[in-house]
Design a protein around this ligand. Structure first.
Ligand code: 13P
Ligand code: SF4
Length: 392
């Protein structure tokens, strides 16, 4: 068993006080959401900071926030964009905690990364804690397979899970390069190679089966809540993909039945989904890819075409507004925002920017040096992957 202290689940993102709930209050004065001057205040603060600040916005952010982003993108693009701005003193990350951590790892030590609301975590990232992952690794050592296992973690994981992968010969991937990452991973130990994929079982399964030619029987699921992950040593030895039992609660809502209904009611409709959706949904979809891929696909589509999109609602609404010549519908019957992405709102952005203008760095995300070192090894392996299947 691992000797690492098993921290409690941190549904609201990590902070310095590990026994408290994070992000429930802001130090300082948060402007009222009803303040009619919020847009003008954000604009003025950004102008005052000039090139000292660089604002990154993930595609799932609200419109009120995205209008202030210097660059928008999926997690892969934003990681590259953060690394390419050494002149910016402050990186304000409008996204979630794991993205801000990755930006801190990839930027210079003098650059400060700010997450406007510390409650902007990711429930999927919180499903894999380091002590649990080390227990799983110990089981692979005991089964005699660890030397041929390559750990690959989805970007949507905490920095210490990325560092675990870096330390153990593995890499990070995002939804835009999972295929390249698995290609690379499976070439590490010849035919015996196995991949330990964290924390999103769906991205892992969808990529293994639909891109790498593996079968569903080649995949097993390690459930951290079961003794020995619910797997025997023999199952670990027989598997090619050991998937962590994690998922995205937003993308988990989309169902194959809705696809059938939409195909019946809107003839010719194209189904475009994110690879975090369950395998049965991805199997029925026409196209699958990262948020950046989804945007580019819709942009390139001819006028008059119809699209049902299975990803977060802020992005789908923005696409529908930007393409009135195409019919764009959400692939779920009910509203489905990512509640933690939505924590970043205009009052928090104004508060973060105005604090920087006043010389106060609020909500800085800092990864400790050892974690940073090994997480960077895993992130660098990702950034060096051949670009053939980067879909951005
Ligand atoms: P992308 O890498 O496609 O932007 O996805 C990030 C994410 O959190 C999806 O849920
Ligand atoms: Fe995490 Fe899902 Fe939200 Fe993406 S959409 S940040 S995976 S909870």
């Amino acid at each position: 068993m691992s000797t690492t202290v098993d921290l409690p689940l941190l549904p609201l993102g990590r902070g310095k006080d590990l026994s408290s709930e994070r992000g429930v209050e802001c130090p300082g004065d948060l402007p009222a959401a009803s303040d009619p001057d919020l847009v003008a205040r954000a604009r003025a603060a950004k102008e005052a900071l000039g090139s000292r600040v660089f604002v990154l916005g993930h595609h799932y952010q609200r419109d009120e926030v995205i209008q202030f982003a210097d660059v928008t993108g999926d997690s892969f693009k934003l990681a590259r964009d953060a690394a390419a701005r050494p002149e910016a003193e402050f990186i304000v990350f409008c996204g979630v905690h794991f993205m801000a951590e990755s930006a801190d790892i990839l930027t210079a030590p003098t650059q400060k990364v700010v997450l406007p609301d510390l409650a902007a975590g990711c429930s999927m990232a919180d499903m894999a804690r380091l002590a649990q992952v080390e227990d799983a690794w110990d089981a692979m050592v005991a089964a005699g397979v660890a030397s041929s296992v390559v750990p690959v973690t989805y970007m949507n994981s905490s920095a210490d899970i990325k560092a675990f992968c870096g330390r153990n010969g593995g890499a990070v991937c995002t939804s835009s390069n999972a295929e390249s990452a698995l290609d690379w991973a499976f070439s590490q130990h010849g035919d015996d190679t196995k991949v330990f994929f964290l924390p999103d079982q769906h991205l892992g399964r969808n990529t293994a089966v639909l891109k790498m030619g593996l079968t569903l029987d080649d995949c097993v699921v390690w459930d951290p809540r079961q003794p020995d992950g619910g797997l025997t040593a023999e199952q670990l030895r027989d598997a090619k993909m050991i998937l962590w039992r994690g998922h995205c609660s937003v993308h988990g809502r989309f169902s194959p039945d809705t696809i059938d209904d939409l195909r019946a009611t809107i003839p010719g409709i194209n189904i475009l989904v994110h690879p975090e959706c369950v395998h049965e949904v991805v199997l029925k979809a026409d196209l699958v890819g990262s948020t950046e891929f989804i945007i580019k696909t819709v942009e390139a589509a001819p006028a008059g075409t119809a699209w049902a999109i299975g990803t977060e609602l802020n992005l789908v609404k923005r696409l529908a507004a930007a393409h009135p010549d195409k019919r764009i519908v959400f692939l779920d019957k009910t509203v489905c925002y990512c509640s933690t992405m939505n924590r970043i709102d205009l009052p928090h952005l104004v508060w973060a920017l105005e604090s920087l203008v006043d010389g106060v760095v609020v909500n800085q995300i800092e990864v400790d040096p050892d974690t940073e070192h090994w997480a960077k090894v895993a992130l660098q392996r990702m950034l060096e992957l051949p670009g053939k299947s980067h879909r951005d």
